[in-house]
Design a protein around this ligand. Structure first.
Ligand SMILES: *Cc1c(COP(=O)(O)O)cnc(C)c1O
Length: 324
């Protein structure tokens, strides 16, 4: 039996993160309220350090390393926000960080990760097996692997964002949270269960990658090929053991959003709220607008999970009309 993380782990994470992670603002928009005929509260993790909530989980995990683990260092494989989160958290804690990235990862992401002090090791994703490479580095160098979502310390750290949201707003009726591998959603579920048990929590994944929804329906973790979607932070192929354990117990349902709906939401945030939100960060609001759930008169929380999007790409997406 897996030992699932609990709300106590989330509050312990909050104490570790105090003064190190930003307490991001909760913003309102009269237009959003009017659109949804509800009171909408946006938790702005696009304004978190390194631009996404992932700093929370990475720092919470690394700060619990033993002195031997600290000396040897951490390794992870990711080309996205988790890589930058590990690199930044490791730098703050004086822990060496090794990040495996595919050779063809965006240059900007590699630079950002190196900029935070991480050692980037590239591999050819067509000819090399990253798991085998990671295992080799793990044993050669005695490194500790911190995966992007399926780890109790990562989950507990991610849960602090929803915890802060509920502390700031008081009870909510509904909350929407973006879903990739489920670290953010399962952590949020622990906070909701403890602080607002009557609140209905929805995970939102890209329509092209609905493995989470399938898993919930089937009662077991469903694997899919890497989905093609603008939501690159949610291009996961399956949930984790820990994340699914919490999600199946505490989450009301999992719904989906299309890429076109994500672009509309990106444009809304830029135009109406002057916020840069990356496509994956828009999943929650896209579902609030389009998933057909009854929100009228309700108090609705929406997690904006991140804001890391290449500006040329951002301009191209929000500038296009009738995106298909
Ligand atoms: C990683 C990420 C997600 C998905 O988080 P999981 O914990 O994998 O479900 C959502 N939004 C952004 C911006 C991310 O970086």
């Amino acid at each position: 039996m897996l030992q699932l993380p609990t709300y106590d782990d989330v509050s312990a994470a909050a104490r570790r993160l105090h003064g190190l992670a930003h307490r991001t603002p909760v913003l309102r928009s009269a237009t959003a309220d009017r659109l949804l005929k509800a009171q909408v509260f946006f938790k702005c993790e696009n304004l978190q350090r390194m631009g996404a909530f992932k700093f929370r989980g990475a720092f919470n995990a690394l700060s619990q390393f033993t002195s031997e683990q600290r000396k040897a260092g951490v390794i992870t494989f990711s080309s996205g926000n988790h890589a930058q989160a590990i690199a930044l958290a490791a730098r703050l804690l004086g822990i060496p960080a090794t990040i495996l990235m595919p050779l063809d990862a965006p240059q900007a992401k590699m630079e950002a990760t190196r900029g935070y002090g991480g050692e980037v090791i590239t591999f050819d994703r067509y000819t090399q097996d990253r798991e085998a490479l990671a295992r080799q580095l793990l044993s050669d160098r005695g490194l500790t692997l911190i995966p992007p979502y399926d780890h109790p310390h990562v989950i507990a750290g991610q849960g602090t964002a929803a915890m802060e949201l509920l502390e700031d707003t008081g009870p909510l009726d509904v909350m929407f949270v973006p879903l990739g591998g489920g670290g953010l959603l399962s952590g949020s579920a622990l906070a909701v269960r403890a602080l607002a048990p009557q609140c209905k929590l929805y995970g939102v994944e890209p329509e092209a990658g609905d493995d989470g929804q399938q898993s919930l329906r089937k009662g077991e973790i469903v694997h899919i090929p890497t989905p093609s979607t603008l939501a690159d932070g949610a291009q996961t192929q399956h949930l984790g053991e820990y994340t699914f354990g919490v999600i199946r117990r505490d989450v009301q349902d999992i719904v989906t959003a299309t890429d076109a709906q994500l672009v509309d939401a990106m444009r809304f945030f830029a135009e109406r709220m002057k916020l840069v939100v990356e496509p994956t960060g828009c999943l929650g609001f896209a579902a609030a607008c389009h998933a057909g759930l009854p929100l009228e008169g309700k108090r609705v929380g929406v997690m904006l999970s991140g804001g890391n999007v290449d500006l040329a790409r951002f301009a191209q997406l929000i500038g296009s009309q009738g995106w298909a």
